[in-house]
Design a binder for this molecule. Structure first.
Ligand code: NAD
Length: 244
């Protein structure tokens, strides 16, 4: 499976999307209908949607938060395999997730960035300070820094906003030997362009997905993440050990 890689990798960047959490019980984003949990994205994932109907947006993310904190949702074998690989791999490793859930950290991943924010955090619209949250947020919830009601918003990067940690991500992409994209449709910019940045840096690029996405990676492997990810990363670790 990893035969086309030339030599032992020293630096990896992994990008994950909603597909890696699908087998943990969290629905992906874009079905054929372009809806997120039955809502048009313009309603629940844009600053304009929030201005129009903040209560609806609060309720949408309250539901996502409750779902994530329920007993039903747990990291699956793909999250666990990435954490295990990171612990055993000797080189540099950055896990970039578009997901707003916390399943990577629950599985034990460490060098991890959430480029689209986190559902278990909220942010003050005045000070931009970020706070942990586990309970429901309603429109008149008092902000923890300015004490004003109505100043809090989910710490989520909505369409039209700039993703987080881009300097760190671009630096890692420019220096990686292998870039692996897992469970992402490639519909959301700028994550959709990461494999091209990695290719320009002469990295070997790999896509692990349930189905074809239309992006031209060097290698495409299709199947459920809970099977592909453990298999791919165990093989990669073995190949690194054999070379050393
Ligand atoms: P997407 O929903 O657009 O695409 C999901 C991709 O995962 C598809 O290509 C699909 O073929 C693949 N997939 C589905 N099930 C899979 C499985 N079992 N194994 C492997 N691949 C599988 O997701 P995206 O590209 O991440 O973009 C969606 C945006 O929505 C992200 O920005 C994210 O912030 C947000 N979102 C997050 C979550 C979450 O945190 N879990 C869930 C839904 C949406």
């Amino acid at each position: 499976m990893i035969s086309s890689m030339q030599s032992s990798p020293r630096s990896l960047v992994i990008l994950t999307g909603a597909g890696i959490s699908a087998e943990s019980g969290i629905n992906t984003f874009r079905g054929a209908d372009g809806l997120w949990e039955n809502h048009p994205v313009e309603e629940v994932a844009t600053p304009e949607g929030f201005e129009r109907n903040p209560q609806l947006v609060y309720e949408f993310y309250n539901q996502r938060r409750r779902e994530l904190l329920s007993d039903k949702v747990k990291p699956n074998a793909a999250h666990t395999a990435l954490a295990k690989f990171e612990h055993q791999f000797d080189g540099s490793f950055l896990l970039v997730t578009q997901n707003i859930d916390n399943l990577h950290e629950r599985a034990g991943s460490q060098n991890l960035v959430h480029m689209h924010g986190e559902i278990l955090k909220m942010r003050c619209r005045n000070s931009h300070l970020v706070f942990d949250i586990r309970e429901d947020l309603v429109f008149d919830t008092q902000c923890r820094c300015c004490r004003s009601p109505g100043n809090l918003r989910p710490h989520i990067v909505w369409f039209g906003e700039i993703p987080l940690h881009m300097n760190k991500i671009n630096q890692a992409l420019e220096n990686c030997d292998i870039f692996v994209s897992i469970g992402t449709s490639g519909n959301v910019y700028p994550a959709s362009g990461f494999y091209q940045t990695a290719k320009i840096s002469r990295a070997h690029t790999v896509e692990l997905n349930l189905e074809q996405t239309g992006s031209s990676f060097d290698e495409h492997i299709y199947g459920p993440a809970s099977e592909l990810v453990p298999f791919y990363f165990e093989s990669l670790l073995e190949s690194v050990e054999q070379v050393e």
